[in-house]
Design a binder for this molecule. Structure first.
Ligand SMILES: [Fe+2]
Length: 164
């Protein structure tokens, strides 16, 4: 496929993100199942609901512009999720697994934060203000979730893993 203009590049970025969110919605459920700390489980399940809303936002924008939300499979997210699964198998103790789980999920989140930051900026440059607002909402949700994971790791999960 060839992309020849800025708008189509923007839509291709959103198609990648739609694939990212779809993959994450599946993965978050499995990760919540693997988590031991109740608060970690809770934030993962809560973020899964946010992930579905984020996927809906992307589908809404793509359809509005006549683009297929299923056109692309994001191989970078596939690889990151595969690495996460490998890590979880290696971590046998519950506290250690939770610490590793947070580390892995934050890598996924930073990938999304970068992608949403770019997508929102591209929307702004195209003067697509509604799209920009929707992408900012998702970006802020990602940032808040990332911060919640950092707090949880520092206050609880990593301490328990160190003490175990
Ligand atoms: Fe997301």
């Amino acid at each position: 496929m060839e992309i020849n203009n800025f708008r189509d590049m923007f839509l291709a970025e959103l198609q990648e993100l739609a694939s990212v969110e779809g993959q994450l919605a599946d993965a978050l459920l499995r990760l919540a199942g693997a988590a031991s700390h109740p608060e970690l489980k809770r934030v993962l399940i809560h973020h899964r609901a946010e992930t579905e809303t984020q996927a809906d936002r992307l589908i809404t924008i793509l359809k509005k512009h006549g683009a297929d939300p299923m056109a692309h499979i994001d191989q970078a997210m596939e690889a990151l999720i595969r690495e996460t699964a490998k890590m979880l198998i290696m971590l046998k103790a519950d506290d250690l697994r939770d610490a590793g789980l947070i580390a892995s999920v934050q890598k996924l989140k930073h990938y999304e934060i970068a992608a949403y930051g770019t997508a929102a900026a591209l929307a702004g440059q195209l003067d697509l203000r509604d799209e920009q607002k929707m992408l900012h909402l998702s970006l802020e949700e990602e940032r808040r979730f990332d911060e919640a994971l950092t707090k949880l790791a520092k206050r609880e999960v990593n301490r328990d893993a160190l003490a175990a």
